[in-house]
Write a protein that binds this ligand. Structure first.
Ligand code: C5P
Length: 222
């Protein structure tokens, strides 16, 4: 049980990371947020003025980037070359461009290699877009979390307002739709439900209900 792997995939802002974190906590597993890794590379490329369309340049940048996900009291920290970028990678500037970074084959291959390294012999909950299909194809539990665009945008809007961040509901809907479209239609490892994944539609569920549903699925498999 303590080396079980749980893959959670799904479209943008479906609540994957909130749920994955809680599931990991309940099971005392580690949590790996793979979206944070693509965001971190996007952030660094913007800092260094590397074009996000330039696959070779991005791959070369990634090769010289030390990227770590560190568990702390404050949750998972994203550390790039010894700097804590956990908040910097959540800005609209990064969010609106990360799907460009994530479309490149060489970047994805290196990210997948690093993600697989992180989970050797450990109980893990990993969330992303291609976890069940590419990163952990043998995961014991695969979840594909979905929710309507309106619901996802409203949740994100509420979260932003609570944190005191500027937020516009219509812009959020547009951003989510665009990111879904790019992630679902890219040539390399598009967002797609693995054949053996269980689909969980969270549109009318709260976080605790989703966590309980996933724990039930885990229990059935263990
Ligand atoms: O999960 P999050 O919204 O932080 O992911 C940011 C972006 O990173 C996604 O929209 C997608 O383009 C990319 N991503 C990916 N594969 C993953 C995780 C994230 O392509 N496994």
């Amino acid at each position: 049980m303590n080396t079980m792997t749980i893959a959670i995939d799904g479209p943008a802002a479906a609540g994957k990371s909130t749920v994955a974190k809680k599931v990991a906590e309940k099971l005392s597993f580690i949590y790996v947020d793979t979206g944070a890794m693509y965001r971190a590379l996007t952030w660094k490329a913007i800092q260094e003025k590397v074009s996000l369309e330039d696959e070779e340049a991005l791959f070369s940048l990634l090769s010289r980037t030390d990227l770590n996900l560190v568990q702390s009291d404050k949750g998972q920290l994203v550390i790039v070359d010894q700097n804590d970028v956990s908040e910097l990678i959540r800005t609209a500037e990064v969010t609106n461009q990360v799907s460009i970074t994530a479309k490149h084959r060489k970047v994805r291959e290196e990210m997948v290699r690093r993600q697989q390294e992180l989970v050797k012999d450990k109980g893990v909950v990993m969330d992303g877009r291609d976890i069940g299909t590419h990163v952990l194809p043998d995961a014991e539990v695969k979840i594909f979390m979905i929710a309507s665009v309106d619901e996802r945008a409203e949740r994100r809007h509420k979260e932003n307002v609570e944190k005191g961040f500027p937020s516009n509901l219509e812009e959020l809907k547009e951003e989510i739709r665009r990111r879904d479209e790019l992630d679902s239609n890219r040539a390399v490892s598009p967002l797609i439900k693995a054949d053996d994944a269980v689909e969980v539609d969270t549109t009318s569920m709260n976080i605790e209900e989703v966590v309980d549903r996933i724990l039930q699925i885990v229990k059935q498999k263990s």
